[in-house]
Ligand binder design. Structure first.
Ligand code: GLU
Length: 483
């Protein structure tokens, strides 16, 4: 059997979003599960659209997600270079082969004339199909004119690993441009040459290339190439599910998610299930399970809805299932995240053991690491008393300040008697509910605000136990001072 070699072939024209990464992930999974190779090829033949730094961004995204490639622009490999702009001689050689065999010709028309043909077709409400091969008219190809493929239109039937059986009439095949007058190949030509030279077994890509596939099939034949497995990805739709995902839907570029402290394995699991499932109800996969279970044939044909809330949920599932020591190492970040990790600055000098205990308390509620400072700052520093926490609290704002002051004073007296073990604090807090006749929504909210300066925190007894008696009482005193 032919070795499995898949490729991800992005154009460095912008930041990589979930759609692009899903294509990369599926190609990576197909290679991994067959012990094959995964190749990164940068398709940078459209100089006008190139964005500086996009190549590095793409490589960082892949690495940050753990989608390591075996061959690529910054790696060795037997089939390089892996940047199309460095392969111009290769395309020229293949183009010449087509010229020599009578399957390519220099365009006899100027760009303006071709544009006029296009407009004529539009006026007649017909698709623009260029088939103007006139051997007697064609100048010798010297690179200054576009080089066109001399197509041999015919009907096609082919199998797409995702879309199934597809067929087209001969009319859709035309004499498309192979080489532009600037010496660069078109995508349509370059990818066929590269996939052949790099011995790619699969072409996994987005839907925008589906309409041109009959042209590619015609070119494979002209070059005597075996057709690789073709797999067309379904669209990714915005949250409402009725149009293609766009930046406005809130989808960030992939590195942004990493920088916000989403776990690579959660992103991978989430992205894999955008249009794929293994036939069971399972919603979260670790990467090894994906490698084992992924099948192109089970990728759905219809669009997949992008739901960021589900990503948050998946990330939370991974976070909650991590042993604390491991979770802690993950909060320290990687080279793709902010130096110093995700902890608040105030935690700089705190010891590791204390931070792990803090983490244990917030693990249930943490959805992604960028929330860590907000959720944990009070464990590391006394925050200034924020009076709005009380005036903005639905229940507390109804009670007058003197009464709140009185309640907090009673609480202080009882807490002072505690040994600050979690058990004893629980007993004392419950005792206070009884002795004051207040509901937890009032009494515990008041103590929580006084000791954490936030309206939500992990369990009150656990939090106070970790803060300790001195800090707890000091903070209550500060709150009493402004009540
Ligand atoms: N360079 C093309 C793109 O970025 C890749 C298509 C392919 O994978 O062949 O859309």
């Amino acid at each position: 059997m032919k070795p499995i070699r898949t490729r991800f072939a992005p154009s460095p024209t912008g930041l990589l979003h979930v759609g692009g990464i899903r294509t990369a992930l599926f190609a990576w999974l197909v290679a991994k599960q067959a012990d094959g190779q995964f190749i990164l090829r940068l398709e940078d033949t459209d100089q006008a659209r190139e964005v500086a730094g996009a190549d590095k961004h793409i490589m960082d995204c892949l690495r940050a997600l753990g989608l390591d490639y075996d061959e690529g622009p910054d790696k060795s490999g037997d089939f390089g270079p892996y940047r199309q702009s460095e392969r111009l001689n290769i395309y020229k050689k293949w183009a010449q082969k087509l010229v020599d065999s009578g399957r390519a010709y220099a365009d006899p028309y100027t760009a303006a004339e071709v544009q006029a043909f296009r407009e004529q077709a539009q006026a007649a409400k017909k698709p623009f199909l260029y088939r103007n091969h006139r051997p007697e008219n064609s100048p010798v190809w010297d690179g200054t004119k576009p080089l066109r493929f001399k197509s041999e239109p015919k009907p096609y039937q082919w199998q797409d690993a995702v879309m199934g059986n597809l067929s087209t009439p001969p009319e859709v095949v035309d004499d498309f441009i192979l080489m532009k007058s600037d010496g660069y190949p078109t995508y349509n030509f370059a990818h066929i040459v590269d996939d052949a030279e790099m011995q790619c077994s699969h072409v996994i890509r987005g839907q925008e290339f589906l309409a041109s596939t009959p042209n590619y099939l015609n070119l494979y034949e002209a070059l005597g190439l075996e057709q690789p497995v073709l797999a067309t990805m379904p669209h990714i739709l915005g949250e409402t599910g009725n149009k293609k995902l766009s930046k406005r839907d809130g989808a960030k570029d992939v590195l942004n998610y990493i920088q916000d402290g989403y776990l690579p394995e959660a992103l991978v699991s989430f992205i894999a299930t955008l249009g794929w499932n293994d036939g069971t109800e399972q919603e979260v996969y670790d990467t090894n399970e994906l490698i084992k279970n992924f099948r192109l044939e089970r990728v759905q044909k219809s669009g997949a809805r992008f739901d960021e809330q589900r990503l948050l949920w998946v990330n939370g599932v991974f976070l909650r299932n991590m042993p604390i020591d491991f979770l802690y190492t993950r909060t320290l970040g990687t080279k793709y995240t902010k130096a110093g990790g995700f902890w608040p600055d105030e935690a700089k000098d705190a010891d590791e053991d204390y931070k792990k205990q803090v983490l244990g308390l917030v693990q249930e509620r943490l959805k992604y690491f960028a929330e860590l400072p907000e959720l944990t700052r009070f464990f590391f520093t006394d925050l200034a008393v924020n009076t709005e926490l009380i005036t903005g609290n639905k229940q507390l704002k109804k009670i007058d300040k003197t009464q709140l002051h009185h309640l907090l004073e009673i609480a202080r007296l009882d807490l002072e008697q505690s040994d600050f073990s979690k058990e004893d604090l629980t007993t004392k807090l419950n005792g206070l509910l009884e002795s004051t006749g207040q509901k937890p929504g009032i009494l515990f909210s008041l103590i929580r605000i006084a000791t954490t300066q936030s309206s939500a925190s992990p369990g009150l007894a656990e939090s106070l136990a970790l803060l300790g008696k001195e800090i707890t009482l000091r903070r209550i005193d500060s709150q009493l001072g402004v009540l």
